[in-house]
Design a protein around this ligand. Structure first.
Ligand code: PGA
Length: 256
């Protein structure tokens, strides 16, 4: 199975400081000519580095995104950065509802919806993250949790014409080899099964066919398996996308 477009989205989380982020962006840009144009690359750096990374990447096809955004454009919200502010420094995408935000910072489905609306209003492309914890999976609630997350995000939402819909399936138990300490490997067949479910539910809610990507400890050793499996339109990668060596191992492993 081959795909004409495959997203490689790099969530740098809080792994890299300013200098490290700039150095990695420069290295990816320098290597870009050797990377297949079928791979749609974007980096999601620390907020302190976003504007500089955009500057570094000007003239390349690597896009920039926000890891987290606030839903008010400006005001007395200490420590927050709005979607509009990320847009103003050249961001294209914004993650919303990442499980580390949901679980470490107790972000609710309601807040995810508010953020999503602000991201759309700021003309950024949201990348909605959904996924169940290990306990939820063990108790047979995977499908229900994902449906609740999708409904909260997309019900009665007017989606701007021509804006792509991107959803990332990120099972909490597979991220960083399991941030809930009970982790495991979500194989491509299971990722594909849930991605298909997400695609169907999203199409019903928004009347648009989404792109559904997968995230959860994707590595150079596993990326091809996801690429070759139907219903996986790309990957959202954390740790393995924070070094130029492993970045290039992944792009080479795709063989496209
Ligand atoms: P990981 O992170 O690749 O380090 O598991 C993925 C993510 O959280 O987006």
């Amino acid at each position: 199975m081959t795909k004409d477009n495959f997203y490689l989205f790099a969530n740098w989380k809080m792994y890299l400081d300013y200098d490290e982020s700039v150095a990695l962006a420069e290295a990816i840009k320098a290597a870009e000519a050797g990377i297949s144009k079928k791979i749609q690359m974007a980096v999601f750096p620390s907020p302190v580095a976003t504007a500089k990374i955009k500057e570094v990447l000007v003239g390349s096809r690597i896009l920039v995104g926000a890891q987290n955004t606030f839903w008010v454009d400006k005001g007395g919200y200490t420590g927050e950065v709005s979607a509009a502010m990320y847009q103003a420094v050249g961001s294209t995408y914004a993650l919303v509802g990442h499980s580390e935000r949901r679980h470490q910072f107790h972000e609710t489905n309601h807040e995810v919806r508010q953020k999503l609306e602000a991201i759309l209003a700021a003309n950024l492309i949201p990348v909605l993250c959904v996924g169940e914890t290990h306990a939820e999976r063990e108790s047979g609630k995977t499908e229900e949790i994902i449906e609740v997350q999708l409904r909260a995000a997309f019900s009665n939402l007017a989606w701007p014409k021509d804006l792509p819909v991107i959803v990332a399936y990120e099972p909490v138990w597979a991220i960083s080899q399991g941030t809930d300490k009970l982790g495991g490997h979500c194989n491509a067949a299971e990722a594909s099964r849930i991605n298909q479910l997400i695609a169907n539910m999203t199409a019903k809610l928004l009347n648009i066919a989404p792109q559904v990507i997968f995230g959860g400890s994707v590595r150079a050793e596993t990326i091809k398996e996801y690429f070759e499996t139907p219903d996986i339109d790309g990957v959202l990668v954390g740790a393995a996308a924070t070094k130029i060596t492993t970045w290039l191992e992944m792009t080479r492993a795709l063989e496209i």
